[in-house]
Design a protein around this ligand. Structure first.
Ligand SMILES: Nc1ncnc2c1ncn2[C@@H]1O[C@H](COP(=O)(O)OP(=O)(O)OP(=O)(O)O)[C@@H](O)[C@H]1O
Length: 248
C-alpha cells in the first residue's frame, strides 16, 4: 500500500483517470497531402496518447518519484499537476500552495533583471512585497548569482536560471514542490545543495513529486514511486520495487 504513513493524511494531489494526447506533425510530400485533402483525410498530423488513464492520490507529506524511461510521460504529468497544461480526460485536483520547477527558465521574463524576476516569481507564488523584501538576501545568497542579479535574465545560463528559480521556490511558503530534471543543469556542488534542501523540505512534511533519472537521489528523498511506461501507469508502491519495476 503506497504511502502507509500517510493514510491518515489529507490528499494533496488527486489525479483521476487522466489522459493527455498530443498531435504529432508529419511531413508529407505535396502530392500525398493533396490526395489526402481531396479524400477528406487529415494527413498532416496524427494523435499520440502521452498519458493513458492515469490515476493516483498523493497525501500531505509524501515524497513521490515519477519514474520511467525517456518519453514515458513524466514531465507531462508534472505539467498537468502544476496546471500549466489541462488533461483531455479526467481531472487533477491540488490542495495547497504549489511551486513547480519543471522547465528551465519557465516563469521568468527574459527582459527583466534577475532581481525583478525574483519579485515576479515570488509574487506568483503568493508572497507579499514585504515578505519578499525580508527574504530577498537569503534568496540571492542561496542562488549564488548575486554578481549577475541586475542583469537581464535573457543573458543567464540554464544553471543560473535554475539556481534562481529553485532559490525563490524554497524560500516561499509552499505546501507542494514539483521538481523535474531541471536540477541536472546545476553543477555538482549546487546539485548537492539542492538535494540537501529537498531532503530538509521532505523532513518538514512538504509534499514532493520528483522526476529524476538519478536513482540515488530518488532513493534518498522518495518513499514511493509511480512508474509510467508509454503513458500508462504500470506500478505504484514503495520506492525500491518501483525502481525494479521501471528497469524490468
Ligand atoms: N507539447 C507537446 N507536443 C507534442 N508532443 C509532446 C509535447 N509534450 C510532450 N510530448 C510528447 O509526449 C511524450 C511524453 O513526453 P514527456 O516529456 O512527458 O516524457 P518524459 O517521461 O518526461 O521524458 P524524459 O525522461 O525524456 O524527460 C513524448 O513522446 C513527447 O514527445
Amino acid at each position: 500500500m503506497p504511502g502507509d504513513t500517510a493514510v491518515q493524511a489529507r490528499p494533496s494531489i488527486i489525479v483521476d483517470h487522466v489522459s493527455k494526447q498530443f498531435l504529432l506533425r508529419r511531413a508529407h510530400a505535396f502530392k500525398e497531402a493533396f490526395v489526402g485533402w481531396v479524400r477528406g483525410k487529415d494527413v498532416s498530423s496524427e494523435k499520440f496518447l502521452a498519458l493513458d488513464d492515469v490515476s493516483f492520490t498523493i497525501h500531505e507529506g509524501e515524497s513521490v518519484a515519477l519514474l520511467g524511461f525517456n518519453g514515458s510521460g513524466k514531465s507531462t504529468m508534472l505539467k498537468l499537476i502544476s496546471g500549466v497544461m489541462e488533461p483531455d480526460d479526467g481531472s487533477v485536483l491540488v490542495r495547497g500552495r504549489l511551486a513547480g520547477l519543471i522547465e528551465v527558465g519557465a516563469g521568468f521574463h527574459p527582459d527583466l533583471t534577475g532581481r525583478e524576476n525574483v519579485y515576479l516569481n515570488a509574487a506568483i507564488l503568493g508572497m507579499q512585497k514585504d515578505e519578499i523584501d525580508a527574504r530577498y538576501d537569503d534568496i540571492i545568497a542561496f542562488s549564488e548569482v548575486e554578481r549577475f542579479i541586475d542583469q537581464e535574465v535573457k543573458h543567464y545560463s540554464s544553471g543560473m536560471f535554475m539556481r534562481l528559480a529553485f532559490s525563490v521556490a524554497i524560500h516561499c511558503e509552499l505546501d507542494i514542490l514539483l521538481v523535474d530534471e531541471v536540477l541536472s543543469v546545476g553543477d555538482a556542488p549546487f546539485q548537492a545543495k539542492c538535494r540537501a534542501k529537498i531532503e530538509e523540505l521532505s523532513r518538514e512534511g512538504k509534499t514532493m513529486v520528483i522526476v529524476s533519472h538519478d536513482q540515488e537521489m530518488v532513493r534518498q528523498v522518495c518513499d514511493r514511486g509511480i512508474v509510467i511506461r508509454q503513458g500508462k501507469q504500470v506500478y505504484d508502491g514503495p520506492i525500491e520495487p518501483a525502481i525494479d519495476a521501471m528497469m524490468a
